[in-house]
Design a binder for this molecule. Structure first.
Ligand code: ZN
Length: 209
């Protein structure tokens, strides 16, 4: 249809993740079951997850469970290995630098390299549900693009600014086995782990052995 073509040209293949956010997020989490969050030290967080190859009901249920878990833990993004599932999937419910809400999911995400003129670093604070109660300043580009698939196996692209750009980078890193604290200096990493040891998570976590 003509209208569809126009939309696609405007969006240039980028997914529209800013519409009906409230209803879409609610529908996911109402179908889902909240699961406890894995924390730093759990092996599933420290290795690359497997590519998704089956785009069926099980994947849809995983995404629903991830939205339910994300809401329980009051997160703005969640990777599958944060609920112990070794698959490249993340979900997000996050505001960009203009306060616009984005809700969606990405399967098998690949972070795109940015041309030098788009790399403006932002050193805001970052936290992670898998490093509960800790925060640290971490410089990251303030714009990010991720390419991957949706739950039906269609190719998608997602882009974000500000805190949402940080989220897209953080969640993709998770699926390759990296936590944000792995990008900190030794001293800042140690400080983040100290904050974690002194705090109490406000959501259920999977204890490490
Ligand atoms: Zn995280």
């Amino acid at each position: 249809m003509a209208q569809q073509e126009t939309d696609e040209q405007i969006n240039d293949g980028f997914v529209v993740d800013t519409e009906d956010c409230e209803a879409r997020e609610l529908a996911h989490r109402e179908r889902g079951t909240s699961r406890p969050i894995t924390v730093v030290g759990n092996p599933v967080l420290h290795r690359e997850c497997k590519d998704v190859t089956e785009f069926g009901d099980e994947l849809a249920q995983l995404i629903d469970d991830m939205f339910a878990s994300q809401r329980t833990a009051e997160g703005v993004g969640l990777a599958a290995n944060q609920i112990g599932v070794d698959l490249k999937v993340f979900v997000y419910d996050c505001l960009d630098d203009e306060g616009v809400r984005h809700v969606g999911h990405v399967i098998n995400p690949v972070l795109q390299d940015l041309p030098a003129d788009r790399r403006h670093l932002d050193d805001s604070n970052e936290g992670c549900l898998s490093v509960p109660t800790a925060y640290a300043s971490l410089a990251r580009p303030d714009y990010a693009e991720v390419h991957g698939k949706d739950m039906h196996g269609n190719d998608i692209k997602v882009r974000g600014t500000g805190y949402f750009a940080r989220c897209l980078q953080h969640e993709t890193d998770h699926l390759y086995g990296f936590l944000y604290i792995d990008k900190l200096s030794k001293r800042d990493r140690k400080d983040a782990l100290r904050q974690m040891s002194e705090g109490t998570p406000r959501y259920p976590v999977v204890p490490n052995d």
